[in-house]
Design a protein around this ligand. Structure first.
Ligand SMILES: Nc1ncnc2c1ncn2[C@@H]1O[C@H](COP(=O)(O)OP(=O)(O)OP(=O)(O)O)[C@@H](O)[C@H]1O
Length: 236
């Protein structure tokens, strides 16, 4: 279970008086297997996501995953919680999908031949076996995103945190990604501007100006967010 207690993130604003928090979450427990996070640019979605795997640690309060604190047990939390970035090129560190998957599998398989076979089978699961030896720079955006996802899943995380995973994808690849994500056994927490993807969940958080302003059923959350955005656009 992911738990936030009296969390405040001040970031570089810590020196300002009064410090306006980038994000403030008094109490939050995330137990559902599909959770989405929506909200305007700069509202605090990425910060919320990064808190879950300790990429950001709170200035006040605490975040823990299955009882492990992200500040005190960061490495253990990151073995449990994998982070998928918007841009797969910031995730793929090796020249080809196969080598990248092999790198992720290095702890699980010490023998090179076993590791290679496991990496190939993983890529096969994602329909990427034929691109195993292609340069990651020659892959399409959709193929790259799936390759990054395959590598991240190689370490068997319990939770997958995804920061706007469909932003760079066309409609076909977005649909492919949604199908792949739907089939995963992991708990998924996804921040997105894609309001259809947001509804592939059972619970949706709406973030606005560093606070969770709605927490509930996805369709109702999307309506709330639409009204909030229309109101802001109307008054701007
Ligand atoms: N370390 C930091 N110091 C100061 N401000 C920060 C820091 N990190 C993020 N911010 C600011 O906090 C706010 C929230 O940022 P965040 O990246 O969480 O937003 P977001 O909702 O993911 O936005 P987007 O939809 O544009 O990706 C933004 O105004 C951002 O500029």
């Amino acid at each position: 279970m992911i738990r936030f207690r009296s969390v405040r993130v001040l970031g570089d604003r810590a020196g300002e008086t009064p410090a306006a928090p980038i994000l403030s979450v008094p109490e939050l427990e995330l137990t559902e297997d599909r959770i989405s996070v929506i909200g305007a640019n700069g509202s605090g979605k990425s910060t919320l996501l990064k808190l879950i795997n300790g990429l950001v640690v709170p200035d006040e309060g605490a975040v823990d995953v299955d009882g492990l604190g992200t500040a005190s047990d960061g490495a253990a939390v990151r073995r449990r919680v994998a982070f998928v970035f918007t841009d797969p090129l910031s995730q793929l560190v090796m020249p080809t999908p196969l080598e990248d998957a092999e790198l992720s599998l290095r702890r699980k398989y010490r023998k090179r031949t076993e590791r290679r076979a496991a990496a190939l089978s993983l890529l096969e699961d994602f329909g990427l076996a034929h691109l195993a030896d292609q340069s990651i720079y020659q892959l399409s955006g959709g193929e790259r995103q799936l390759a990054a996802l395959a590598s991240v899943l190689a370490v068997d995380p319990a939770v997958l945190v995804l920061d706007e995973p469909s932003t760079l994808l066309d409609l076909r690849n977005t649909m492919l990604l949604r199908r792949r994500l739907a089939a995963l056994p992991q708990q998924l927490v996804t921040a997105t501007h894609d309001l259809e993807l947001a509804q592939d969940s059972v619970r949706t958080l709406v973030v606005d100006q560093g606070r969770i302003v709605y927490d509930g059923e996805p369709a109702a959350a999307v309506s709330f967010y639409r009204e909030l955005s229309a109101h802001v656009a109307g008054s701007g």
